[in-house]
Design a protein around this ligand. Structure first.
Ligand code: NAG
Ligand code: NAG
Ligand code: NAG
Ligand code: NAG
Ligand code: NAG
Length: 571
Protein backbone atom coordinates (compact mmCIF):
# COMPACT_ATOMS: atom_id res chain seq x y z
CA UNK A 1 0.00 0.00 0.00
CA UNK A 2 2.91 2.32 0.64
CA UNK A 3 5.65 3.22 -1.76
CA UNK A 4 8.48 5.65 -1.26
CA UNK A 5 7.12 9.09 -0.80
CA UNK A 6 8.78 10.74 -3.77
CA UNK A 7 7.05 8.32 -6.08
CA UNK A 8 3.78 8.14 -4.38
CA UNK A 9 2.82 11.41 -2.89
CA UNK A 10 0.35 12.81 -5.29
CA UNK A 11 -2.58 15.08 -5.15
CA UNK A 12 -5.98 14.68 -3.94
CA UNK A 13 -7.73 15.51 -7.11
CA UNK A 14 -11.13 16.85 -6.44
CA UNK A 15 -13.49 13.97 -5.96
CA UNK A 16 -16.36 16.20 -6.82
CA UNK A 17 -17.00 15.06 -10.36
CA UNK A 18 -20.34 15.67 -12.03
CA UNK A 19 -22.01 17.77 -9.38
CA UNK A 20 -25.06 19.23 -10.95
CA UNK A 21 -25.64 22.92 -10.27
CA UNK A 22 -29.04 22.61 -8.59
CA UNK A 23 -27.85 20.06 -6.03
CA UNK A 24 -24.82 22.27 -5.48
CA UNK A 25 -27.19 25.08 -4.56
CA UNK A 26 -29.12 22.85 -2.15
CA UNK A 27 -25.84 21.91 -0.50
CA UNK A 28 -24.83 25.55 -0.14
CA UNK A 29 -28.09 26.51 1.51
CA UNK A 30 -27.84 23.58 3.87
CA UNK A 31 -24.23 24.39 4.70
CA UNK A 32 -25.17 27.94 5.61
CA UNK A 33 -28.05 26.85 7.81
CA UNK A 34 -25.98 24.20 9.53
CA UNK A 35 -23.05 26.54 10.01
CA UNK A 36 -25.35 28.92 11.90
CA UNK A 37 -26.68 26.07 14.03
CA UNK A 38 -23.14 25.09 14.97
CA UNK A 39 -22.30 28.70 15.72
CA UNK A 40 -25.25 28.82 18.13
CA UNK A 41 -24.00 25.64 19.79
CA UNK A 42 -20.54 27.08 20.26
CA UNK A 43 -21.86 30.30 21.80
CA UNK A 44 -24.28 28.44 24.03
CA UNK A 45 -21.33 26.47 25.40
CA UNK A 46 -18.97 29.43 25.48
CA UNK A 47 -21.27 32.08 26.95
CA UNK A 48 -22.37 29.74 29.72
CA UNK A 49 -18.76 28.94 30.51
CA UNK A 50 -17.90 32.64 30.65
CA UNK A 51 -20.91 33.39 32.83
CA UNK A 52 -20.79 30.53 35.32
CA UNK A 53 -17.30 29.07 35.27
CA UNK A 54 -14.63 31.45 33.96
CA UNK A 55 -11.82 31.80 35.05
CA UNK A 56 -12.08 28.28 36.38
CA UNK A 57 -11.21 25.39 34.11
CA UNK A 58 -14.46 23.89 32.93
CA UNK A 59 -18.20 24.40 33.17
CA UNK A 60 -20.68 22.26 35.04
CA UNK A 61 -23.64 22.95 32.80
CA UNK A 62 -26.41 21.34 34.86
CA UNK A 63 -25.71 23.09 38.14
CA UNK A 64 -24.30 26.15 36.34
CA UNK A 65 -21.09 26.03 38.29
CA UNK A 66 -17.47 25.24 37.61
CA UNK A 67 -14.79 22.65 38.10
CA UNK A 68 -11.04 23.21 38.30
CA UNK A 69 -10.38 20.06 36.41
CA UNK A 70 -6.85 20.53 35.07
CA UNK A 71 -5.47 18.36 37.85
CA UNK A 72 -8.13 15.73 37.19
CA UNK A 73 -7.52 15.27 33.46
CA UNK A 74 -6.15 11.80 32.84
CA UNK A 75 -6.12 11.29 36.62
CA UNK A 76 -8.58 8.41 36.85
CA UNK A 77 -7.82 7.71 40.49
CA UNK A 78 -8.00 11.42 41.35
CA UNK A 79 -4.71 11.37 43.20
CA UNK A 80 -2.67 14.32 44.47
CA UNK A 81 -5.43 16.86 43.97
CA UNK A 82 -4.32 20.34 44.92
CA UNK A 83 -5.76 22.59 47.55
CA UNK A 84 -6.33 26.25 46.79
CA UNK A 85 -5.99 25.84 43.03
CA UNK A 86 -8.47 28.14 41.34
CA UNK A 87 -8.18 27.14 37.73
CA UNK A 88 -6.24 28.20 34.64
CA UNK A 89 -9.16 29.27 32.46
CA UNK A 90 -8.61 26.09 30.45
CA UNK A 91 -11.84 26.43 28.49
CA UNK A 92 -11.00 30.00 27.48
CA UNK A 93 -7.54 28.96 26.26
CA UNK A 94 -9.18 26.12 24.37
CA UNK A 95 -11.79 28.43 22.82
CA UNK A 96 -9.47 31.01 21.30
CA UNK A 97 -8.72 29.22 18.03
CA UNK A 98 -12.41 28.43 17.62
CA UNK A 99 -13.29 32.09 18.16
CA UNK A 100 -10.79 32.96 15.44
CA UNK A 101 -12.34 30.44 13.06
CA UNK A 102 -15.81 31.80 13.82
CA UNK A 103 -14.40 35.24 13.02
CA UNK A 104 -15.11 36.77 16.44
CA UNK A 105 -12.28 39.27 16.66
CA UNK A 106 -13.49 41.21 19.67
CA UNK A 107 -13.96 38.16 21.83
CA UNK A 108 -10.64 36.70 20.66
CA UNK A 109 -8.85 39.90 21.59
CA UNK A 110 -10.62 40.12 24.93
CA UNK A 111 -9.53 36.58 25.75
CA UNK A 112 -5.94 37.20 24.70
CA UNK A 113 -5.71 40.33 26.85
CA UNK A 114 -7.25 38.66 29.86
CA UNK A 115 -4.88 35.71 29.65
CA UNK A 116 -1.89 38.00 29.11
CA UNK A 117 -2.59 39.77 32.34
CA UNK A 118 -3.95 37.00 34.52
CA UNK A 119 -2.75 33.57 33.52
CA UNK A 120 0.05 32.32 35.75
CA UNK A 121 1.58 28.88 35.78
CA UNK A 122 3.44 29.30 39.03
CA UNK A 123 0.81 27.29 40.86
CA UNK A 124 1.04 24.23 43.02
CA UNK A 125 -0.86 21.81 40.82
CA UNK A 126 0.09 18.39 39.51
CA UNK A 127 -1.00 18.01 35.91
CA UNK A 128 -0.87 15.41 33.21
CA UNK A 129 1.88 16.42 30.81
CA UNK A 130 0.03 15.21 27.73
CA UNK A 131 -3.28 16.88 28.60
CA UNK A 132 -1.54 20.06 29.52
CA UNK A 133 0.48 19.99 26.33
CA UNK A 134 -2.46 19.52 23.98
CA UNK A 135 -4.90 21.81 25.77
CA UNK A 136 -2.84 24.65 27.23
CA UNK A 137 0.41 24.70 25.29
CA UNK A 138 -1.32 23.88 22.00
CA UNK A 139 -4.10 26.38 22.70
CA UNK A 140 -1.65 29.17 23.48
CA UNK A 141 0.65 28.52 20.53
CA UNK A 142 -2.19 28.25 18.07
CA UNK A 143 -3.81 31.45 19.37
CA UNK A 144 -0.45 33.21 19.21
CA UNK A 145 0.04 32.20 15.58
CA UNK A 146 -3.49 33.31 14.73
CA UNK A 147 -2.91 36.61 16.52
CA UNK A 148 0.25 37.42 14.55
CA UNK A 149 -1.20 36.35 11.20
CA UNK A 150 -1.74 39.72 9.52
CA UNK A 151 -4.54 38.39 7.32
CA UNK A 152 -6.70 37.71 10.37
CA UNK A 153 -6.40 41.11 12.03
CA UNK A 154 -7.71 39.55 15.19
CA UNK A 155 -6.06 42.04 17.50
CA UNK A 156 -7.03 45.67 17.16
CA UNK A 157 -4.46 47.12 19.54
CA UNK A 158 -0.89 45.98 19.76
CA UNK A 159 0.03 42.42 20.50
CA UNK A 160 3.38 41.87 22.07
CA UNK A 161 3.70 38.06 21.95
CA UNK A 162 2.19 37.68 25.40
CA UNK A 163 0.72 34.28 24.60
CA UNK A 164 4.03 33.06 23.29
CA UNK A 165 5.71 34.12 26.51
CA UNK A 166 3.08 32.24 28.48
CA UNK A 167 3.66 29.21 26.28
CA UNK A 168 7.39 29.45 26.85
CA UNK A 169 6.93 29.66 30.60
CA UNK A 170 4.73 26.59 30.44
CA UNK A 171 7.13 24.70 28.18
CA UNK A 172 9.99 25.27 30.62
CA UNK A 173 7.87 23.73 33.36
CA UNK A 174 7.57 20.59 31.22
CA UNK A 175 11.32 20.07 30.89
CA UNK A 176 12.04 18.45 34.29
CA UNK A 177 9.65 15.63 33.32
CA UNK A 178 12.13 14.54 30.64
CA UNK A 179 14.96 13.96 33.09
CA UNK A 180 14.62 10.20 33.19
CA UNK A 181 17.13 7.46 32.27
CA UNK A 182 15.17 6.76 29.07
CA UNK A 183 14.50 10.42 28.26
CA UNK A 184 10.86 9.45 28.03
CA UNK A 185 8.99 11.93 30.22
CA UNK A 186 7.04 11.28 33.36
CA UNK A 187 3.32 11.46 32.73
CA UNK A 188 2.85 13.95 35.58
CA UNK A 189 4.47 17.20 36.51
CA UNK A 190 3.81 19.81 39.17
CA UNK A 191 3.92 23.33 37.69
CA UNK A 192 5.64 24.75 40.72
CA UNK A 193 7.67 21.83 42.06
CA UNK A 194 8.62 19.80 39.01
CA UNK A 195 8.44 16.02 39.24
CA UNK A 196 7.03 15.04 42.61
CA UNK A 197 8.64 12.59 44.99
CA UNK A 198 7.58 8.99 44.35
CA UNK A 199 5.84 10.03 41.13
CA UNK A 200 4.45 7.15 39.10
CA UNK A 201 6.83 5.97 36.40
CA UNK A 202 4.05 4.59 34.25
CA UNK A 203 3.07 6.44 31.09
CA UNK A 204 1.19 5.71 27.90
CA UNK A 205 2.40 5.64 24.32
CA UNK A 206 0.19 8.55 23.35
CA UNK A 207 1.12 10.39 26.54
CA UNK A 208 4.83 10.46 25.76
CA UNK A 209 4.66 10.12 21.98
CA UNK A 210 2.46 13.05 21.08
CA UNK A 211 4.28 16.13 22.29
CA UNK A 212 6.27 16.96 19.19
CA UNK A 213 3.85 19.30 17.41
CA UNK A 214 3.39 21.71 20.29
CA UNK A 215 6.92 21.49 21.68
CA UNK A 216 8.44 21.61 18.21
CA UNK A 217 6.40 24.68 17.34
CA UNK A 218 7.42 26.28 20.63
CA UNK A 219 11.10 25.81 19.78
CA UNK A 220 10.66 27.19 16.30
CA UNK A 221 8.86 30.25 17.67
CA UNK A 222 11.16 31.00 20.59
CA UNK A 223 14.49 29.87 19.14
CA UNK A 224 15.03 27.74 22.23
CA UNK A 225 15.73 24.21 20.93
CA UNK A 226 15.22 22.44 24.25
CA UNK A 227 11.50 21.79 23.80
CA UNK A 228 11.74 20.20 20.39
CA UNK A 229 14.79 18.12 21.26
CA UNK A 230 13.20 16.81 24.45
CA UNK A 231 10.05 15.75 22.60
CA UNK A 232 11.98 14.28 19.69
CA UNK A 233 14.39 12.34 21.88
CA UNK A 234 11.45 10.82 23.72
CA UNK A 235 9.72 9.95 20.48
CA UNK A 236 12.84 8.30 19.05
CA UNK A 237 13.34 6.28 22.21
CA UNK A 238 9.72 5.18 22.13
CA UNK A 239 10.11 4.10 18.52
CA UNK A 240 13.26 2.14 19.40
CA UNK A 241 11.13 0.20 21.86
CA UNK A 242 8.82 -1.13 19.13
CA UNK A 243 8.59 -4.87 18.53
CA UNK A 244 9.93 -6.62 15.45
CA UNK A 245 6.41 -6.32 14.03
CA UNK A 246 6.66 -2.51 14.29
CA UNK A 247 4.02 -2.53 17.02
CA UNK A 248 4.12 -0.67 20.32
CA UNK A 249 2.36 -1.44 23.55
CA UNK A 250 0.04 0.91 25.39
CA UNK A 251 1.86 1.61 28.66
CA UNK A 252 5.49 1.59 29.70
CA UNK A 253 7.81 2.48 32.53
CA UNK A 254 9.80 5.68 31.93
CA UNK A 255 12.65 4.63 34.24
CA UNK A 256 13.24 1.02 33.20
CA UNK A 257 12.06 1.42 29.62
CA UNK A 258 9.99 -1.77 29.87
CA UNK A 259 6.59 -2.24 28.38
CA UNK A 260 3.84 -2.75 30.95
CA UNK A 261 0.87 -3.36 28.65
CA UNK A 262 1.62 -5.31 25.49
CA UNK A 263 -1.75 -4.99 23.87
CA UNK A 264 -2.33 -1.95 21.72
CA UNK A 265 -4.49 -0.67 18.91
CA UNK A 266 -5.40 2.68 17.42
CA UNK A 267 -7.55 3.93 20.31
CA UNK A 268 -7.01 5.08 23.88
CA UNK A 269 -3.41 5.25 25.04
CA UNK A 270 -1.92 5.11 21.55
CA UNK A 271 -4.09 7.09 19.12
CA UNK A 272 -2.30 10.42 18.82
CA UNK A 273 1.12 8.74 18.61
CA UNK A 274 0.26 7.76 15.03
CA UNK A 275 -1.39 11.08 14.37
CA UNK A 276 1.65 13.09 15.50
CA UNK A 277 4.13 11.14 13.39
CA UNK A 278 2.17 12.01 10.25
CA UNK A 279 1.41 15.57 11.25
CA UNK A 280 5.00 16.21 12.40
CA UNK A 281 6.08 15.13 8.95
CA UNK A 282 3.72 17.64 7.38
CA UNK A 283 4.68 20.43 9.78
CA UNK A 284 8.45 19.95 9.94
CA UNK A 285 9.19 18.04 6.74
CA UNK A 286 11.66 15.71 8.45
CA UNK A 287 12.04 12.45 6.58
CA UNK A 288 12.40 10.56 9.87
CA UNK A 289 8.82 11.20 10.80
CA UNK A 290 7.62 9.82 7.53
CA UNK A 291 9.73 6.68 7.87
CA UNK A 292 8.40 6.04 11.36
CA UNK A 293 4.85 6.77 10.37
CA UNK A 294 5.02 4.61 7.30
CA UNK A 295 6.16 1.53 9.24
CA UNK A 296 3.75 2.17 12.09
CA UNK A 297 0.82 2.67 9.74
CA UNK A 298 1.61 -0.45 7.76
CA UNK A 299 1.76 -2.46 10.96
CA UNK A 300 -1.57 -1.02 12.09
CA UNK A 301 -3.16 -2.14 8.85
CA UNK A 302 -1.63 -5.59 9.13
CA UNK A 303 -2.34 -6.36 12.75
CA UNK A 304 -5.31 -4.27 13.84
CA UNK A 305 -7.56 -3.95 10.84
CA UNK A 306 -10.49 -6.20 10.03
CA UNK A 307 -12.32 -4.82 7.06
CA UNK A 308 -13.57 -1.52 8.38
CA UNK A 309 -12.92 -2.42 12.04
CA UNK A 310 -9.87 -2.17 14.24
CA UNK A 311 -9.20 -4.48 17.13
CA UNK A 312 -6.20 -4.56 19.45
CA UNK A 313 -3.25 -6.90 19.13
CA UNK A 314 -0.32 -8.09 21.19
CA UNK A 315 2.78 -6.14 20.18
CA UNK A 316 5.05 -9.22 20.24
CA UNK A 317 2.89 -11.87 18.59
CA UNK A 318 0.55 -9.72 16.53
CA UNK A 319 -2.33 -11.85 17.82
CA UNK A 320 -5.62 -10.08 18.42
CA UNK A 321 -6.46 -9.29 22.02
CA UNK A 322 -9.54 -7.12 22.40
CA UNK A 323 -12.31 -6.85 19.83
CA UNK A 324 -13.64 -3.45 20.69
CA UNK A 325 -14.84 -0.35 18.97
CA UNK A 326 -13.99 2.73 20.98
CA UNK A 327 -15.16 6.26 20.52
CA UNK A 328 -11.58 7.55 20.35
CA UNK A 329 -10.80 5.31 17.36
CA UNK A 330 -13.16 7.43 15.28
CA UNK A 331 -10.34 9.92 14.62
CA UNK A 332 -8.54 7.32 12.49
CA UNK A 333 -10.42 7.90 9.23
CA UNK A 334 -9.43 11.57 9.47
CA UNK A 335 -5.78 10.57 9.73
CA UNK A 336 -6.22 8.20 6.81
CA UNK A 337 -7.45 11.08 4.69
CA UNK A 338 -4.17 12.89 5.37
CA UNK A 339 -2.33 9.76 4.31
CA UNK A 340 -4.44 9.46 1.21
CA UNK A 341 -6.19 6.24 2.16
CA UNK A 342 -9.61 7.69 1.45
CA UNK A 343 -11.40 4.47 0.60
CA UNK A 344 -10.36 2.84 3.87
CA UNK A 345 -11.25 6.02 5.74
CA UNK A 346 -14.67 6.06 4.14
CA UNK A 347 -15.50 2.49 5.06
CA UNK A 348 -14.40 2.80 8.70
CA UNK A 349 -16.12 6.13 9.09
CA UNK A 350 -19.39 4.55 7.95
CA UNK A 351 -19.17 1.95 10.69
CA UNK A 352 -18.56 4.58 13.34
CA UNK A 353 -21.48 6.56 12.05
CA UNK A 354 -23.69 3.44 12.18
CA UNK A 355 -22.78 3.15 15.84
CA UNK A 356 -23.71 6.79 16.30
CA UNK A 357 -27.05 6.26 14.56
CA UNK A 358 -27.76 3.14 16.56
CA UNK A 359 -27.24 4.76 19.96
CA UNK A 360 -27.92 8.43 19.17
CA UNK A 361 -24.35 9.28 20.12
CA UNK A 362 -21.29 7.04 20.13
CA UNK A 363 -20.62 4.88 23.22
CA UNK A 364 -17.13 4.98 24.69
CA UNK A 365 -16.56 1.25 24.17
CA UNK A 366 -18.48 -1.38 22.28
CA UNK A 367 -17.56 -5.07 22.42
CA UNK A 368 -17.51 -6.29 18.83
CA UNK A 369 -17.23 -9.95 19.80
CA UNK A 370 -20.21 -9.81 22.16
CA UNK A 371 -22.13 -7.19 20.18
CA UNK A 372 -22.80 -5.16 23.29
CA UNK A 373 -21.76 -1.94 24.97
CA UNK A 374 -19.01 -2.33 27.54
CA UNK A 375 -20.72 -2.67 30.93
CA UNK A 376 -18.92 0.24 32.58
CA UNK A 377 -17.94 2.46 29.63
CA UNK A 378 -21.36 3.50 28.45
CA UNK A 379 -20.68 7.23 28.32
CA UNK A 380 -20.30 9.82 25.61
CA UNK A 381 -18.44 12.87 26.94
CA UNK A 382 -19.17 15.07 23.86
CA UNK A 383 -16.17 13.66 22.05
CA UNK A 384 -15.13 15.21 18.73
CA UNK A 385 -13.51 12.32 16.84
CA UNK A 386 -16.39 11.40 14.57
CA UNK A 387 -17.01 15.04 13.66
CA UNK A 388 -13.30 15.40 12.94
CA UNK A 389 -13.24 12.45 10.53
CA UNK A 390 -16.41 13.66 8.89
CA UNK A 391 -14.79 17.03 8.24
CA UNK A 392 -11.67 15.46 6.69
CA UNK A 393 -13.68 13.10 4.52
CA UNK A 394 -15.89 15.89 3.27
CA UNK A 395 -12.78 17.91 2.42
CA UNK A 396 -11.37 14.99 0.48
CA UNK A 397 -14.48 13.88 -1.37
CA UNK A 398 -16.99 16.76 -1.28
CA UNK A 399 -19.57 14.00 -1.07
CA UNK A 400 -22.68 15.73 0.35
CA UNK A 401 -23.45 12.59 2.33
CA UNK A 402 -20.94 13.77 4.92
CA UNK A 403 -22.97 16.95 5.36
CA UNK A 404 -25.92 14.73 6.28
CA UNK A 405 -23.72 12.97 8.82
CA UNK A 406 -22.78 16.33 10.33
CA UNK A 407 -26.41 17.37 10.41
CA UNK A 408 -27.39 14.18 12.21
CA UNK A 409 -24.66 14.78 14.77
CA UNK A 410 -25.73 18.37 15.36
CA UNK A 411 -29.32 17.20 15.84
CA UNK A 412 -28.34 14.51 18.37
CA UNK A 413 -26.08 16.85 20.30
CA UNK A 414 -28.85 19.42 20.61
CA UNK A 415 -31.48 16.85 21.38
CA UNK A 416 -29.67 14.82 24.01
CA UNK A 417 -26.93 16.97 25.50
CA UNK A 418 -28.09 20.59 25.43
CA UNK A 419 -29.22 21.98 28.77
CA UNK A 420 -29.97 25.55 29.85
CA UNK A 421 -26.43 25.98 31.18
CA UNK A 422 -24.44 24.55 28.25
CA UNK A 423 -23.84 21.06 26.86
CA UNK A 424 -23.60 18.12 29.22
CA UNK A 425 -21.74 14.85 28.76
CA UNK A 426 -23.82 11.69 28.45
CA UNK A 427 -23.23 9.29 31.31
CA UNK A 428 -25.05 6.34 29.77
CA UNK A 429 -25.92 6.22 26.10
CA UNK A 430 -28.64 3.63 26.68
CA UNK A 431 -30.63 5.95 28.96
CA UNK A 432 -29.18 9.33 27.85
CA UNK A 433 -28.72 10.18 31.49
CA UNK A 434 -26.46 13.24 31.66
CA UNK A 435 -23.42 14.16 33.66
CA UNK A 436 -22.64 17.64 34.98
CA UNK A 437 -19.55 18.32 32.85
CA UNK A 438 -18.82 20.26 29.69
CA UNK A 439 -15.31 19.30 28.59
CA UNK A 440 -13.16 22.03 27.11
CA UNK A 441 -12.63 19.93 23.99
CA UNK A 442 -16.28 20.37 23.12
CA UNK A 443 -15.37 23.99 22.26
CA UNK A 444 -11.86 23.31 20.97
CA UNK A 445 -12.82 20.40 18.75
CA UNK A 446 -16.40 19.17 18.54
CA UNK A 447 -17.90 22.55 17.65
CA UNK A 448 -14.87 23.54 15.57
CA UNK A 449 -14.87 20.47 13.33
CA UNK A 450 -18.63 20.66 12.83
CA UNK A 451 -18.29 24.31 11.90
CA UNK A 452 -15.43 23.62 9.50
CA UNK A 453 -17.48 20.85 7.91
CA UNK A 454 -20.08 23.42 6.89
CA UNK A 455 -17.75 26.38 6.34
CA UNK A 456 -14.19 25.63 5.31
CA UNK A 457 -13.18 29.16 4.39
CA UNK A 458 -10.62 29.06 7.20
CA UNK A 459 -8.69 26.12 5.73
CA UNK A 460 -9.08 27.36 2.18
CA UNK A 461 -6.96 30.39 3.02
CA UNK A 462 -3.86 28.72 4.42
CA UNK A 463 -2.35 25.33 5.10
CA UNK A 464 -2.85 24.15 8.63
CA UNK A 465 -2.41 21.01 10.54
CA UNK A 466 -4.74 20.57 13.48
CA UNK A 467 -3.25 19.27 16.70
CA UNK A 468 -4.96 16.36 18.40
CA UNK A 469 -6.91 18.94 20.39
CA UNK A 470 -8.08 20.69 17.20
CA UNK A 471 -5.77 23.69 17.45
CA UNK A 472 -4.57 24.86 14.03
CA UNK A 473 -0.87 25.44 13.38
CA UNK A 474 0.12 26.99 10.10
CA UNK A 475 2.38 24.96 7.84
CA UNK A 476 5.36 27.19 7.07
CA UNK A 477 8.35 26.68 4.83
CA UNK A 478 10.69 28.16 7.36
CA UNK A 479 9.94 25.27 9.69
CA UNK A 480 10.86 22.68 7.12
CA UNK A 481 14.13 20.94 7.50
CA UNK A 482 14.73 20.63 3.81
CA UNK A 483 13.46 23.68 2.06
CA UNK A 484 11.70 22.74 -1.11
CA UNK A 485 13.72 24.13 -4.01
CA UNK A 486 11.08 26.31 -5.53
CA UNK A 487 9.80 27.61 -2.28
CA UNK A 488 8.82 31.23 -1.78
CA UNK A 489 8.58 32.44 1.75
CA UNK A 490 5.01 32.61 2.91
CA UNK A 491 3.82 30.73 -0.17
CA UNK A 492 3.02 27.09 0.30
CA UNK A 493 2.61 26.43 -3.35
CA UNK A 494 5.65 24.36 -3.90
CA UNK A 495 5.54 22.47 -7.15
CA UNK A 496 8.77 20.47 -7.34
CA UNK A 497 8.11 17.31 -9.34
CA UNK A 498 4.46 17.86 -8.69
CA UNK A 499 4.67 16.98 -5.02
CA UNK A 500 2.40 19.74 -3.90
CA UNK A 501 -0.49 21.22 -5.69
CA UNK A 502 -0.48 24.94 -6.21
CA UNK A 503 -2.30 26.49 -3.27
CA UNK A 504 -2.82 23.04 -1.81
CA UNK A 505 -3.86 22.60 1.76
CA UNK A 506 -2.06 20.16 4.02
CA UNK A 507 -5.33 18.30 3.83
CA UNK A 508 -4.73 17.48 0.22
CA UNK A 509 -1.41 15.75 0.70
CA UNK A 510 -2.15 12.29 -0.50
CA UNK A 511 -0.20 9.11 -0.75
CA UNK A 512 -1.40 7.06 -3.67
CA UNK A 513 -2.81 3.61 -3.13
CA UNK A 514 -0.98 0.71 -4.70
CA UNK A 515 -2.77 0.86 -8.02
CA UNK A 516 -1.76 3.79 -10.21
CA UNK A 517 -4.31 6.56 -10.37
CA UNK A 518 -6.73 6.73 -13.20
CA UNK A 519 -9.80 8.81 -13.73
CA UNK A 520 -12.13 6.29 -12.09
CA UNK A 521 -11.40 6.71 -8.43
CA UNK A 522 -13.37 3.73 -7.31
CA UNK A 523 -11.24 1.36 -9.35
CA UNK A 524 -8.16 3.14 -8.17
CA UNK A 525 -8.63 1.70 -4.73
CA UNK A 526 -8.51 -1.92 -5.76
CA UNK A 527 -6.08 -3.79 -3.62
CA UNK A 528 -2.89 -5.42 -4.87
CA UNK A 529 -2.73 -8.26 -7.39
CA UNK A 530 -2.01 -11.02 -4.91
CA UNK A 531 -5.05 -10.18 -2.85
CA UNK A 532 -7.54 -12.97 -2.30
CA UNK A 533 -10.44 -11.87 -0.13
CA UNK A 534 -11.55 -13.91 2.86
CA UNK A 535 -14.61 -16.01 2.10
CA UNK A 536 -16.88 -14.19 4.49
CA UNK A 537 -17.24 -10.45 4.23
CA UNK A 538 -17.01 -10.08 8.02
CA UNK A 539 -13.76 -12.13 8.02
CA UNK A 540 -15.18 -14.75 10.36
CA UNK A 541 -13.95 -18.30 9.82
CA UNK A 542 -13.95 -21.87 11.13
CA UNK A 543 -10.77 -22.97 9.40
CA UNK A 544 -7.80 -21.62 7.47
CA UNK A 545 -9.42 -22.58 4.18
CA UNK A 546 -11.90 -19.74 4.58
CA UNK A 547 -9.10 -17.16 4.70
CA UNK A 548 -7.52 -15.43 1.72
CA UNK A 549 -4.23 -13.72 0.92
CA UNK A 550 -3.24 -10.44 2.55
CA UNK A 551 -3.12 -7.53 0.11
CA UNK A 552 -0.27 -5.71 1.82
CA UNK A 553 2.15 -8.56 2.34
CA UNK A 554 0.85 -11.19 -0.11
CA UNK A 555 0.96 -13.71 2.75
CA UNK A 556 -1.64 -16.37 3.39
CA UNK A 557 -4.04 -15.42 6.17
CA UNK A 558 -5.15 -17.98 8.73
CA UNK A 559 -8.05 -18.49 11.10
CA UNK A 560 -7.43 -17.33 14.67
CA UNK A 561 -8.65 -18.98 17.85
CA UNK A 562 -11.45 -16.48 18.10
CA UNK A 563 -12.56 -17.21 14.54
CA UNK A 564 -11.24 -14.34 12.44
CA UNK A 565 -8.97 -14.47 9.41
CA UNK A 566 -5.69 -12.62 9.71
CA UNK A 567 -1.91 -12.72 9.60
CA UNK A 568 -1.51 -14.65 12.78
CA UNK A 569 1.53 -16.71 11.84
CA UNK A 570 4.84 -15.03 12.50
CA UNK A 571 7.07 -14.54 9.44
C1 NAG B 1 -8.23 30.46 45.49
O1 NAG B 1 -9.41 31.10 45.89
C2 NAG B 1 -9.60 31.11 47.30
C3 NAG B 1 -10.96 31.70 47.59
O2 NAG B 1 -11.17 32.85 46.84
C4 NAG B 1 -8.46 31.94 47.94
O3 NAG B 1 -8.59 31.94 49.34
C5 NAG B 1 -7.12 31.29 47.56
O4 NAG B 1 -6.06 32.08 48.05
C6 NAG B 1 -7.01 31.16 46.04
N1 NAG B 1 -5.82 30.41 45.75
C7 NAG B 1 -4.83 30.88 45.00
C8 NAG B 1 -3.65 29.95 44.78
O5 NAG B 1 -4.85 31.98 44.49
C1 NAG C 1 -18.42 37.41 19.91
O1 NAG C 1 -18.68 36.72 21.12
C2 NAG C 1 -19.36 37.49 22.09
C3 NAG C 1 -19.49 36.60 23.32
O2 NAG C 1 -20.22 35.46 23.03
C4 NAG C 1 -20.71 37.94 21.55
O3 NAG C 1 -21.35 38.76 22.49
C5 NAG C 1 -20.51 38.70 20.24
O4 NAG C 1 -21.77 38.99 19.68
C6 NAG C 1 -19.72 37.85 19.29
N1 NAG C 1 -19.43 38.63 18.10
C7 NAG C 1 -19.61 38.16 16.87
C8 NAG C 1 -19.22 39.07 15.76
O5 NAG C 1 -20.08 37.07 16.64
C1 NAG D 1 8.29 8.11 49.03
O1 NAG D 1 8.52 6.74 49.24
C2 NAG D 1 9.36 6.45 50.36
C3 NAG D 1 9.65 4.97 50.38
O2 NAG D 1 8.47 4.25 50.19
C4 NAG D 1 8.67 6.96 51.62
O3 NAG D 1 9.49 6.74 52.74
C5 NAG D 1 8.40 8.44 51.50
O4 NAG D 1 7.66 8.92 52.60
C6 NAG D 1 7.60 8.74 50.22
N1 NAG D 1 7.48 10.17 50.05
C7 NAG D 1 6.31 10.77 49.83
C8 NAG D 1 6.32 12.26 49.66
O5 NAG D 1 5.25 10.17 49.74
C1 NAG E 1 -17.80 5.51 0.46
O1 NAG E 1 -18.58 4.35 0.67
C2 NAG E 1 -19.84 4.37 0.05
C3 NAG E 1 -20.61 3.13 0.49
O2 NAG E 1 -19.85 1.98 0.31
C4 NAG E 1 -19.67 4.46 -1.45
O3 NAG E 1 -20.93 4.55 -2.07
C5 NAG E 1 -18.85 5.72 -1.78
O4 NAG E 1 -18.59 5.79 -3.15
C6 NAG E 1 -17.54 5.68 -1.03
N1 NAG E 1 -16.79 6.92 -1.26
C7 NAG E 1 -15.48 6.92 -1.44
C8 NAG E 1 -14.87 8.25 -1.67
O5 NAG E 1 -14.78 5.92 -1.40
C1 NAG F 1 3.74 31.05 -5.18
O1 NAG F 1 4.19 29.91 -5.90
C2 NAG F 1 3.61 29.77 -7.17
C3 NAG F 1 4.08 28.46 -7.77
O2 NAG F 1 5.46 28.29 -7.64
C4 NAG F 1 4.01 31.00 -8.03
O3 NAG F 1 3.38 30.89 -9.27
C5 NAG F 1 3.54 32.26 -7.33
O4 NAG F 1 3.99 33.38 -8.06
C6 NAG F 1 4.09 32.34 -5.92
N1 NAG F 1 3.53 33.48 -5.22
C7 NAG F 1 4.28 34.32 -4.52
C8 NAG F 1 3.57 35.43 -3.84
O5 NAG F 1 5.49 34.19 -4.43
Amino acid sequence: MFRPKHVFICFLISFAFFIDPSSQHVDDVKKQQMREKVREMFYHAYDNYMTYAFPHDELKPITKSFTDSLSELGNLKLEHLPTGYNGSAVTLVESLSSLAILGNKTEFEKGVLWLSENLKFDVDVRVNLFECNIRLLGGLISAHLLAIDPTNRLIQGSYDNQLLRLAEDLGKRFLPAFETPTRIPYAWINFKKGVMENETTETSTSGCGSLILEMGALSRLTGDPRFESAALRALRQLWRMRSSLDLLGTTLDVVTGEWLEYSSGIGAGVDSFYEYLMKAYILFGKEDYWQMFRSAYLASQKYFRYGPWYHEANMWSGKPTYWQLTSLQAFWPGLQVLVGDVAAANSSHREFFHAWEKFGVIPERYLLDHQMIHPTERYYPLRPELAESTFYLYQATKDPWYLDVGEAMVKSLNRYTKVAGGFASVRDVTTMQLEDHQHSFFLAETCKYLYLLFDDSFVAKRNYIFTTEGHPIQVMSSWHEKLPESYFSGNWTFSKSGEWESGASALSMKVCPSVAPNSRLREQHRESVCHVPDQKIDHKCWSNRECGVDATTCRQRSCSEVGFCGLWNPL
